[in-house]
Design a protein around this ligand. Structure first.
Ligand code: MRU
Length: 345
């Protein structure tokens, strides 16, 4: 199994995704500030992995405290949660995980629990989220894998794999499950400019699993579809609004439009922790704007003229009308998503 993140007696160990595929190195987070930095710098990335990392960050913060009582720890707990919540704005899993840790803490505070108990219970909750994430990936993988064709090309964008979760993956979990069901799938991985999650990470983890994979530049998708090489598109999500609009890696929206034009099903795989019923539609989803340097430079080499205008939104929103189905651990959702999401909640 790909060791995206795991708990050790010294802290949380992260596979450094900024160094893949050329180097397999690890970074140890000993404090909650370390975890926050690791999320901001994208050593760990992908909505479900960010959520569980933040939960471990909260647990580390509790383990580090010098407070002698739960009541004394309460203001520090709030500070830890706020610090972790300030790391990345789009993936709702981050806020979902922190809210879940807050609920555990509030119940312990109300029950008069000791600080020792608080430390144990917060760590146990983070462990539970880790395990649940893998189970959710496997469940949605089975639902989605059953809908992929017995043979054919599947296009994916960004990395929604084991590296973006605690293991198995969402979109790549669907592909893994289809392959385990005996289907002959060839994956086309969009390179995913500017951070190259597809070229670096999706290709790396699918090769490790011996799943046939071809990396294409983002601007090749239409032409490959027109040649009849793609039978389905499967992507992950960072946040799904109450009406089924899907925020995912920048460029996902382009792929969805292309899929519709070519009559190819466009599937989204995401755990329930990615669904944000409090956000009515995609226009209300905050989109992270990242550093211009990710666009102007590659591996330290400048690509663009000095001073040219740059924009770098990390995510876009695919309107629900392009989404053929959403796979979650609870089952398969179909349009109208406003109704199907409410029913499954
Ligand atoms: O900026 P990133 O690499 O964190 O973006 C990741 C994505 O957009 C993924 O597709 C999404 O988080 C789903 S991961 C299972």
């Amino acid at each position: 199994m790909i060791p995206t993140l795991n708990w050790t007696p010294e802290g949380v160990r992260f596979l450094d995704q900024t160094k893949l595929p050329l180097e397999e190195t690890y970074v140890l987070a000993k404090t909650y500030e370390d975890v926050a930095e690791i999320i901001v710098t994208m050593v760990v990335r992908g909505a479900p992995a960010i959520g569980v990392s933040a939960a471990y960050g909260v647990a580390l913060g509790a383990l580090e405290t010098k407070a002698g009582t739960t009541r004394d720890f309460a203001p520090e707990f709030e500070k830890i949660c706020a610090h972790l919540a300030g790391t990345r704005p789009t993936a709702v899993n981050l806020f979902w995980a922190i809210d879940r840790m807050k609920r555990v803490f509030a119940a312990l505070l109300a029950a008069g629990a000791s600080i020792g108990e608080v430390k144990d219970k917060l760590l146990a909750e983070a462990h539970a989220m880790y395990e649940e994430d893998i189970a959710a990936c496997k469940a949605m993988g089975a639902f989605g894998g059953a809908l992929l064709p017995a043979e054919g090309g599947v296009l994916t964008h960004c990395n929604a794999g084991a590296l973006a979760t605690c293991g198995y993956g969402t979109a790549l979990g669907v592909i893994r499950s289809a392959v385990e069901q005996g289907k002959k799938i060839h994956v086309y991985a969009d390179e995913t400019r500017p951070f190259l999650q597809g070229a670096r990470l999706t290709a790396w983890e699918l090769m490790a699993d011996h799943i046939p994979t071809t990396v294409i530049c983002d601007n090749m998708a239409a032409s490959i579809m027109a040649k009849g090489k793609i039978q389905a598109v499967v992507v992950g999500a960072d946040r799904i609004a109450a009406n089924g609009d899907v925020a995912n890696k920048i460029g996902t929206y382009n792929v969805a439009i292309l899929a519709k034009e070519h009559g190819i099903p466009f599937y989204v795989a995401a755990p329930w922790s990615t669904i944000d019923l409090k956000t009515p539609d995609g226009s209300a989803i905050p989109i992270e704007e990242r550093s211009a340097r990710e666009v102007t430079h590659h591996a330290g080499t400048q690509l663009t003229p000095h001073g040219v205008g740059i924009c770098n939104p990390a995510f876009d929103v695919t309107p629900n009308k392009y989404v053929t189905a959403i796979f979650t651990e609870r089952g398969v959702l179909r349009a109208p998503y406003g109704e199907s999401l409410k029913k499954m909640a």
